[in-house]
Ligand binder design. Structure first.
Ligand code: ATP
Length: 514
């Protein structure tokens, strides 16, 4: 199936089974804003718990906070967001559609890569076992031509971004003959900078309202609380502060479902270290974070690092963890070495000393910071894309199954009486009453057992328990496993243990320590 079709199916699956709905749908929706449904919210909460516990529970030197969305407007001056949180936008005069100039060029570069890969695939098929990919890439004239073109555009692009040269960005679009996907024309406007922050007024006008921003990242709430947490928690460097919360960005192009939203949620952790030790910690957190992703079991090949060439104004090293979405490898998480930029800047703008006295060194300094920043919604999309699967069964039927990591599944257990009579529903309910304090359970008595299994497969429920007449006699049930579809007969009394072992996040956490 084409990847585009997979993505479309995934989006409609999210809606059909109560994971994600377009916001304000009965009013025709609101661009790049989404609501999570009854299944979605459970999955999202489990993702957040997996992240939170991996930070705050597993590291005794990481603590959490929950800061307000509204903050003093000078914070965004100090952080650089008022002046520099911009995206370069360009319009196509014929379609009147708006694009990010940098994204148009990135897509163009990705297309060149695709062309090279196609050449390699073709040759691999032609030469079979005798194929030497490395040699082919190093010598094939067409591949070399593509690579030279890519390198040339890439260098120009990196320079234009580093110098904020908007005219050059436009020139690259023209020189590469990039067309608008809607109108198919090259009739482009100038490139302009566009600030992504939402602003609103706080207080009544009579009092003199103050312009405040909806935070575009949660990180600043951590920086301005650095001293509060350090002092009240008697924290010693190195230590981290974690936070999960909403962030808002007036994204120019709303595309790709929950990948790019205007209201989204972030899970961020700022780790404060001694100056000079930041790159060591950067490497450590890079390793830790990619392990966190890989522990979910979607396959190591689905992940790659993308080191930044254009560093943000605050960073001295930065990398993205990318996941292979149905629309290509895309950033899910950023890991940034932010130097002492933020804390120093808040010192300057607030006039308050923000320093740490290091008892071992016997001196005070502004700590350096490593940040790990991941979008909950992008992670949600990663999990859905990694889990969605259409299988052809032996009898020729297809089944759609969400192979969710068991610990993240919204419902852990469905309990189904074989029929609606003879006391089977009561027995099923009794099982739920015993297990519901430990796991999210669902009772289902409608339709054939086969149909009920399919419904649970579609929402990723790892276990289905069927209560039949034998259950009334000997207190046993069949338990069916989602991935293998295997069934076994077990004692009702053993259910808790069988399920608890599998659904616990412990098995994920253990992999992080390895
Ligand atoms: P992009 O280049 O895709 O716009 P970014 O580099 O601006 O992302 P960061 O500022 O590093 O992103 O934000 C950290 C994380 O927050 C991202 O890795 C992503 O998971 C998430 N994120 C950022 N913007 C959005 C958005 N508009 N919608 C959903 N998640 C987002």
């Amino acid at each position: 199936m084409a990847q585009e079709d997979v993505f479309k199916k995934l989006v409609s699956h999210c809606k059909e089974y109560g994971f994600v709905f377009p916001s304000s749908e009965i009013y025709d929706g609101l661009g790049a804003v989404y609501d999570y449904g009854q299944m979605g919210v459970e999955l999202k909460n489990n993702i957040k718990k997996y992240w939170w516990d991996s930070m705050v529970l597993l590291n005794d030197n990481v603590v959490g906070i929950d800061s307000a969305i509204f903050m003093h407007p000078t914070i965004w001056k100090a952080s650089g967001h008022v002046d520099a949180f911009n995206d370069p936008l360009i319009d196509n005069k014929d379609s009147k559609k708006r694009y990010r100039a940098d994204v148009l060029i990135e897509d163009y570069l990705a297309k060149i890569d695709e062309k090279v890969n196609k050449e390699v695939d073709k040759a691999a098929k032609r030469f079979k076992e005798a194929f030497d990919e490395e040699q082919f890439r190093a010598t094939n004239p067409r591949v070399l031509e593509y690579e030279a073109k890519k390198n040339d555009v890439h260098t120009r692009f990196a320079n234009a971004l580093n110098n904020s040269d908007l005219e050059e960005l436009r020139q690259i679009i023209i020189d590469c003959e990039i067309v608008c996907p809607i109108s198919g024309t090259k009739n482009w406007t100038e490139v302009r900078q566009f600030n992504l922050m939402f602003a609103t007024d706080m207080g009544s006008t009579a009092d003199g309202a103050m312009k405040v921003y909806l935070r575009p990242e949660t990180a600043q709430g951590i920086f301005v609380n650095f001293l509060n947490v350090q002092k009240t928690g008697r924290m010693k460097i190195p230590f981290g502060i974690a936070q999960i919360g909403k962030a808002f960005r007036n994204e120019i192009v709303a595309r790709q479902f929950i990948f790019r939203m205007r209201e989204f949620e972030q899970m961020e952790m700022q780790f404060f270290v001694r100056p000079g030790e930041e790159l060591e910690w950067f490497k450590k957190w890079k390793d830790t974070r990619v392990k966190w992703h890989k522990a979910l079991g979607f396959g190591d090949k689905k992940y790659r690092f993308h080191d930044h060439e254009k560093l943000a104004h605050y960073a001295n090293a930065a990398t993205d963890i990318e996941f292979e979405m149905p629309f290509g490898f895309k950033e899910v998480e950023g890991i940034h070495s932010r130097t002492d930029f933020d804390l120093s800047s808040h010192e300057k703008f607030s006039g308050k000393k923000i320093q740490y006295f290091d008892p071992e060194l016997g001196k005070s300094y502004v700590p350096y910071v490593i940040e790990t920043s991941i979008g909950v919604d992008r992670m949600f999309l990663t999990v859905m894309a990694g889990s969605y699967c259409e299988e052809t069964l032996e009898n020729g039927e297809t089944r759609v199954v969400l192979r969710l990591p068991v610990a993240l599944a919204p419902v852990k257990l469905a309990v189904m009486p074989l029929t609606k009579k003879d006391g089977l529903p009561e027995k099923a309910q009794e099982i739920i009453d015993n297990l519901k304090f430990d796991f999210k359970c669902q009772y289902d008595e409608k339709d054939s057992i086969g149909k009920r299994y399919r419904r649970q497969d579609a929402i990723g429920t790892p276990f289905c328990v069927t209560v039949d007449h034998q259950s009334l006699e000997d207190n046993t049930v069949t338990i069916r496993h989602r991935d293998t579809m295997e069934q076994e007969r077990v004692a009702i009394a053993d259910l808790n243990k069988i399920i608890a072992d599998k659904v616990s996040m412990k098995s994920l956490f253990k992999q992080l320590g390895e």
